[in-house]
Design a protein around this ligand. Structure first.
Ligand SMILES: [Fe+2]
Length: 295
């Protein structure tokens, strides 16, 4: 059976679709995978409700869309990892599943997810798709918001489009964490997150549309003075995250949300620090660094 996809918000058709007629606990076939890829190109965010999956089922589903990225974006830490390296730990939990202390360094680092970003834009080859599965949710708050970066590009005036069209940014987790005042990096972390170049404007292969490739990880523009670069990036981010371009996903248990990092930004919203929130993310790597992709 081919899954059906309809706009998540029928009163405002946009870049978020809701998928029905698929059970992610079962292996899917080529036709189902193709329908999902087609939906991802048409929308940019797909919501799958009531998918009570485990990590192995999530990994198996994710493999249909390309090679999995490993969770190497974590801070360098001695503690045991709670999840396998194929799964990014988007939680506030320690390896024994207790809630991290409010001042735990891992928690403070993860608060960078509350800034608008595109996953793994700090890696030379960034992320293509992210798939986030809700396992444990707080009683309120903790929404994930998405912004449509193809619509953001389309809505720029011609002069700004010409200004930014060929710019190359530098992305690093040192920049995004620095915005929140998290700056006590070890030498190993500084070396691991040396800035990488990314095009500011990309052509999205599946739709042929141009997209603004912004992210909180972007902290410099090649050939520009840093304050001028950051002012422009802030300005573009403000433009791209106007409420008309934003969809707030309100999580229900066992939701799986899949998004295209080449065409969207996202951010997590606040929730109570003492309540557990446990989401598992698998990530599909893009095919090449953005400078090597068609402009
Ligand atoms: Fe993220």
């Amino acid at each position: 059976m081919t899954p059906s996809i309809r706009p998540a918000n029928p009163s405002r058709p946009g870049f978020v679709g809701e998928v029905a007629g698929i059970d992610l606990r079962q292996p899917i076939g080529a036709a189902e995978a193709a329908a999902i890829i087609d939906g991802m190109d048409r929308y940019a965010v797909l919501v799958f409700r009531n998918q009570d999956i485990d990590d192995q089922q999530q990994i198996a589903f994710t493999r249909h869309f390309g090679p999995l990225e490993l969770a190497t974006g974590d801070i360098v830490q001695g503690e045991a990892r709670r999840l396998t390296m194929e799964v990014n730990d988007i939680s506030n939990l320690d390896s024994d599943s207790s809630v991290l202390a409010r001042d735990d360094r891992r928690r403070l680092f993860s608060l960078g997810n509350m800034l608008w970003h595109s996953d793994s834009s700090f890696k030379a080859t960034p992320a293509k798709y992210s798939l986030l599965s809700a396992r444990v949710l707080p009683s309120k708050g903790g929404n994930t918001e998405f912004a449509d970066m193809r619509a953001a590009w389309d809505a720029l005036d011609a002069e700004t489009q010409a200004l930014v069209r060929d710019l190359v940014c530098e992305h690093s987790q040192l920049f995004s964490r620095g915005v929140l005042g998290f700056t006590d990096f070890t030498e190993a972390e500084r070396a691991k997150w040396a800035p990488v170049p990314q095009r500011l404007v990309r052509r999205h292969p599946g739709s042929g549309r141009l997209s603004l490739f912004l992210s909180a990880h972007a902290g410099a523009i090649r050939g520009w003075p840093v304050p001028e670069a950051r002012a422009l990036l802030r300005d573009l981010t403000e433009h791209a995250t106007q409420r008309d371009f934003v969809h707030a996903h309100v999580w229900q248990p066992h939701d799986l949300v899949m998004w295209d990092n080449r065409a969207t930004m996202h951010r997590a919203r606040r929730y109570a620090a003492e309540q557990p929130r446990d989401l598992h993310r698998t990530t599909v790597a893009d095919v090449a660094p953005t400078l090597e992709q068609a402009a």
